[in-house]
Design a binder for this molecule. Structure first.
Ligand code: SF4
Length: 364
């Protein structure tokens, strides 16, 4: 079957997806044209900001690809004070970002649970309930997710990183703390509780095959995600996976594959929210704008206080680690206009898919 035939189908086999992932030249132009049209038709050329607050780089886990893994002793650990987090949230509110995203390494404890619960209440209070809040703080118990949902978080991003169990095993330590099934169960808990649920994968990992990436797309579709954040794998020198650096695809190929993954996912899941990952910008200065053109509709400007940003390096060459929040905003506005998109201020920008999913569940 040709690329032209495949992109006009309503459902996709693994083989279809592998064909799309490997297309080049005119076929690739066709794929991007179709994904851009799909985006315009179903979500419009609107773009929403989620002010990203990376509030702590302390993590209890040791994922083999991650620069802030527990075992990395070559970085300074930080944990923003509640006041600093609230100050960043206030910046987002005053600058009319509709939403913020609170992100950190993964820690599970009663003090973490109550700290985040308390912060959620305070952020709702300081913004008159207007700021939407995404959490991205990893695997937690069902009741913890519920507590945070009740306190005002309504979106949760938990990247699965790889949906092939074997591949997941190769990029994580083989122990109970890094259990593939638990990650999937956590995603299910989030969806059951009522969160707008997001996940995503890394693209261009060592050991990863086109079949794996096609499987990732099918997993996201079948799980019925509302949001996706996926980006190219970029190696970090202080991680065990650096030993496989010479087996990696060239960085530009990983970039290209990421754009294809975004385009294909937009065609498969027309009305979800898709993030243009910052990691794209680490490879190409206008990488995020390219993603917006072909399917992404969310950008996450970093509003973490500048002095901490350098220590939240999940991968090497992370961009904008020394900008201030104000610099980020004006730079982004200029860039976004290049991608023919309009930034929408003061609205949550919830995924249209979420409402439809709830209606389907209620049989409406
Ligand atoms: S990927 Fe997440 S859980 Fe794993 S080490 Fe990094 S911050 Fe921790």
């Amino acid at each position: 079957m040709t690329v032209k035939d495949i992109i006009n189908k309503d459902s996709f086999s693994k083989e279809d997806l592998i064909t799309l992932l490997s297309c080049e030249g005119d076929d690739k132009t066709l794929l991007y044209k179709k994904s851009a049209e799909t985006k315009e038709k179903y979500v419009g050329n609107k773009l929403w900001f989620r002010g990203l607050i990376e509030f702590s780089n302390v993590c209890g886990k040791d994922c083999l690809y991650c620069g802030i893994r527990k075992g990395n002793k070559n970085l300074k650990r930080y944990n923003l004070s509640d006041e600093e987090i609230l100050e960043a949230a206030r910046f987002a509110y005053e600058n009319r970002y509709g939403s913020i995203a609170l992100q950190s390494g993964e820690l599970e404890s009663s003090s973490v649970t109550s700290r985040i619960e308390n912060l959620l209440h305070k952020i709702k209070e300081l913004s008159d309930g207007e700021l939407g809040i995404t959490l991205s703080v990893g695997e937690q118990k069902h009741e913890v997710y519920k507590k945070w949902f009740d306190a005002g978080a309504h979106r949760y991003l938990l990247r699965v990183e790889a949906t092939n169990r074997e591949l997941y095993r190769k990029i994580h330590p083989d122990n109970k703390k890094h259990d593939f099934q638990r990650r999937l169960d956590c995603l299910k808990s989030l969806q059951d509780i009522g969160y707008q649920t997001g996940t995503g994968v890394m693209i261009g990992l060592p050991f990863q095959t086109p079949e794996d990436l096609a499987g990732d797309l099918l997993y996201m579709h079948d799980f019925d995600i509302d949001m996706c954040g996926m980006g190219p794998y970029i190696e970090h020198a202080d991680t065990p996976l650096i030993n496989y650096a010479d087996t990696l695809l060239p960085i530009n190929t990983r970039f290209d594959l990421t754009l294809k993954m975004i385009a294909i996912l937009r065609i498969m899941m027309k009305d979800i929210n898709i993030v243009a990952a910052t990691a794209l910008q680490a490879i190409d200065p206008v990488g995020r704008e390219k993603a917006v053109k072909i399917g992404a509709n969310i950008i996450m400007p970093n509003i973490t206080p500048g002095r901490y940003r350098d220590n939240y390096r999940l991968y090497d060459n992370k961009p904008c680690t020394d900008d201030s929040a104000e610099d980020c905003q004006s730079c982004l506005e200029a860039r976004v206009s290049l991608a023919d998109s309009e930034v929408i201020y003061g609205e949550w920008g919830d995924p249209i898919h979420y409402e439809k999913r709830l209606k389907r569940a209620r049989n409406e």
